[in-house]
Design a protein around this ligand. Sequence first.
Ligand code: 5CA
Length: 437
Amino acid sequence: MRLSQYFMPTLKETPAEAQVVSHRLMLRAGMLRQTSAGIYAWLPLGFRVLQKVEQIVREEQNRYGAIELLMPTIQSADLWRESGRYDAYGKEMLRIRDRHEREMLFGPTNEEMITDIVRSFVKSYRDLPKMLYHIQWKFRDEVRPRFGLMRGREFLMKDTYSFDMDYAGALRAYNKMYCAYLSTFARLGLKAVPVRAETGPIGGNLSHEFHILADTGESALYVDQALLDLDFLQVPGPEGDVDGFVAETTKLYAAADEMHDAAKCPVPAERLVSRRGIEVGHIFYFGTKYSDAMGAKIVGPNGESTAIEMGSYGIGVSRIVAAAIEASHDENGIVWPESIAPFKVGLINLKSGDAKTDPVCADLYAKLEAAGVEVLYDDRDERAGAKFADMDLIGVPYQLIVGPKGVDRGVVELKHRKTGERQELSLESALARLTQG
Ligand code: 5CA
């Protein structure tokens, strides 16, 4: 992408309304635009990151056996009356009437709808197990939408629902999603901690939240240091010892504020660390809560009719974009993990319009693009300082800097955004470095 032709309205000033660093940096980097309280338009740069996060989440769901579908954002109130949640959900639910005065709502989650779909088609235990998910916008009319994407009113969620004939099956599904989540966050370049949680309005009796550690997190966590020391790149795959892994890691103490009782905490004080976390995922086992209420039954192996065992599993896809920034930034801007960076390389022409730098940049740009590397080429007629500042701000992992003096000597500079390390390289070795792996 040539920056002169792109749409990336960066801001020099720090927007006054933004209280947390991720919100400030996303506004300044031209990723986001607030359109109403807690509702945002994703500008092109932000949308690229959102799509990358979404794709990694999708790939890991698929790998662990969940099947993607897409349910609508608008739901019928009648469905929610069946589960009893239409009244229980309260003011967070955005209620709508259509032209025929039918009561509708903008979905805050989809347990009822997916239960309705499954009960219509699944009649026998032979049709199970199934895990179904979608990635869809949700609306929750939060009293105080704040911190940008962290607590928005409209937000993108990945929600999976599992259907099993018995408790053992449901637990296996839960454990698979637990592993899928840790694997997802590791691929996103984020360190996430699983924490025993309350189930709240979703219901049920087994639940974990997944938190990214950041000082600005809304939740206070109490965690055994041994859990933080684990390397979640070693999570078992769908065919691995998922149950054993969950049993081992959940032995290590980790609790959010509301679940923590200092008097009963089994971890010795010197190993108990208190950190703040951003909740980016939440999984629930709730058994037959919805299938009982909504009559989602199957015929079992002995001909008996039983309610389907269920769980639900959410990831805050849009919240992750903000959480990644909270966890990784410096005084100059965002420092993206490579897997979700909007571009891999920022190509900076220090003297756009120059007879020496223009052709070298055009050549590097063409070669990188041809090799499938995502490049943002700053070909604007701007001061070098402004180009450096913008590239640092948007947090692209590698900056490839081309100036007239370097071109005379046949070299360019490669800067690593995260470490600040700079290297002079020949054009060939710079290209080789950026196109490998
Ligand atoms: N039905 C269940 C799981 S599918 C559910 O809705 N769980 S949840 O309420 O915990 O939401 C799942 C995830 O969505 C949360 O972990 C969080 O990361 C994200 N989320 C929830 N509310 C918001 C919000 N207001 N803004 C941004 N993300 C949110």
